[in-house]
Ligand binder design. Structure first.
Ligand code: NDP
Ligand code: 2IT
Length: 448
């Protein structure tokens, strides 16, 4: 049996109850076959694949907090420190009821390769909780965040592990967590990114993931002899990534006709009104029904099982920006039948494995999240640099560095795919390029 298959079997046996983690490992290890096969005995002897699929450590803890009725609530907190071969652990904190160890492990595993692709010195980690922020008061959110950080602060630090936002964790939550860290540890350091601008945050971090997705997409479109201007785009999600992806797409002359949340989606034939979307989602924290109520050109549809949602329309580009496995094989067939030309992931693993293969078989250029959504964590690393030198850079400076990084990632993954005879397979290119740097560092650092 090949070394890749051997390790795949081991991971399935050991972590078979973590389907998302198995899915992420399957995609990465399959892509690495040509690299591993070139020097199979060396990698096997060093147990590189066993080491890269097993986190350095997995921390799980109780998060007790008091709700507005005086009732004590208990959630489960997680931090998976996956790999720090190239820098301190770095990755977001997800607050969503679906969070469990397998979800955090898949996200941490992806983060290792993504962070490597940014070219910046950051290792991979992820954390979060099954806490549901929906419908909670600001006081309840603060109570949760303070309790969560009371335990988490033992394991993180500016040179150890630097968490950030993800689903359900935005500027408000980062602020509450930063305040609690500072209070308990008695030190002011850049232990979190995505901070407010008045206390060490970076300009352009809020926009970075969405903007970065579009910078990479624009470069891919250009390299296919095409242009962004006039393109019609379907975006899913209505959170941080989706909002700024829509904004940048429109600045580049494209029209985004959809967005969605967990209960339904919007089709807006005139193009999404970003100012209104921000008012509904960032200010009021309301449902998309409010967007439709305020905009005559928009239609709201309630989500039902088995429907294609935002993927049913005739668009040139699809940008899934909500959550894992939100674009399945049936959606992919529909998009391809409607002539989709490019797909790039804003979310982490939003496309199922068979849907990814379907796009590739039908020659639709497809970029996986670990490359196309790397702009968020890259800008987090730029926030870390600014914190270390105790300076703040201008929006233009951060944004231009972000653009340079995203254009660089596109060419890096394109070149890696070509080098291994898989031209146009950006999934393989991303996994191979991300893997090589981490593995060089692991080998140089000995058995650890
Ligand atoms: P937000 O919490 O800001 O927004 C998430 C959006 O996705 C919301 O519209 C939410 O709807 C929707 N959503 C969440 N879960 C589900 C679900 N189970 N089914 C359908 N819709 C869902 O998160 P972000 O925008 O930050 O994150 C979106 C994706 O991008 C995630 O995969 C995240 O890991 C990834 N990502 C984020 C980065 C960042 O910098 N923030 C960086 C790189 C990747 P609702 O409000 O109804 O829950
Ligand atoms: O998935 C991701 O890359 C993020 N949620 C951002 C992580 C970070 O540290 O900025």
């Amino acid at each position: 049996m090949s070394y890749v298959d051997e390790v795949m079997e081991k991971v399935k046996k050991r972590d078979g109850d973590q389907p998302e983690f198995i899915q992420a490992v399957t995609e990465v290890l399959n892509s690495l076959r040509p690299v591993i096969e070139k020097d199979e005995e060396k990698y096997r002897k060093m147990a590189i694949l066993e080491r890269i699929t097993e986190p350095d450590r997995q921390i799980m803890f109780r998060v007790p907090w008091v709700d507005d009725n005086g009732q004590v609530q208990v959630n489960r907190g997680f931090r998976v420190q996956f790999n720090n071969a190239i820098g301190p652990y770095k990755g977001g904190l997800r607050l969503h009821p679906s969070v469990n160890l397998g979800i955090i492990k898949f996200l941490g595993f992806e983060q290792v390769f993504k962070n490597s692709l940014t070219t910046l010195p950051i290792g991979g980690g992820k954390g979060g909780s099954d806490f549901d922020p929906k419908g909670k008061s600001d006081r309840e959110i603060m109570a949760f965040c303070q309790s969560f950080m009371t335990e988490l602060c033992k394991y993180i630090g500016a040179d150890v592990d630097v968490p950030a936002g993800d689903i359900g964790t935005g500027a408000r939550e980062i602020g509450f967590m930063f305040g609690q860290y500072k209070r308990i540890r008695g030190m002011y350091e850049g232990v979190l990114t995505g901070k407010g601008l008045s206390y060490g945050g970076s300009l352009a971090r809020t926009e970075a993931t969405g903007y970065g997705l579009l910078y990479l997409t624009e470069e891919m479109v250009k390299c296919h002899g095409d242009k962004m201007e006039g393109k019609v785009i379907a975006v899913s999600g209505a959170g941080n990534v989706a909002t700024y992806a829509i904004q940048k797409a429109q600045q580049l002359g494209a029209k985004v006709v959809t967005c969605s949340d967990s209960t339904g989606w919007i089709y807006d034939e005139d193009g999404i009104d970003v100012a209104l979307l921000k008012e509904v989602k960032e200010v009021k924290r309301a449902r998309l029904t409010e967007y439709a109520a305020a905009r005559p050109s928009a239609k709201y549809f309630e989500k039902k099982d088995g429907e294609h949602g935002v993927w049913q329309y005739k668009v040139d580009i699809a940008l899934p920006c909500a959550t894992q496995n939100e674009l399945d094989i049936e959606d992919a067939k529909m998009l391809v039948a409607n002539g989709v030309k490019y797909v790039a992931e804003g979310a982490n693993m939003p496309t199922t494995l068979d849907a990814t293969e379907y796009f590739q078989k039908n020659n639709v250029p497809f970029v996986c999240g670990k490359a196309s959504n790397a702009g968020g964590v890259a800008t987090s690393a730029l926030e870390m640099s600014q914190n270390s030198e105790r300076l703040s850079w201008s929006f233009e400076e951060v944004d231009s560095k972000l653009k340079g990084i995203m254009v660089g990632i596109y060419h890096n993954i394109d070149d890696a795919a070509k080098e291994y005879g898989m031209e146009g397979n950006y999934v393989a290119g991303a996994n191979i390029a991300g893997f090589k740097k981490v593995v060089d560092a692991m080998i140089a650092q000995g058995v650890c």
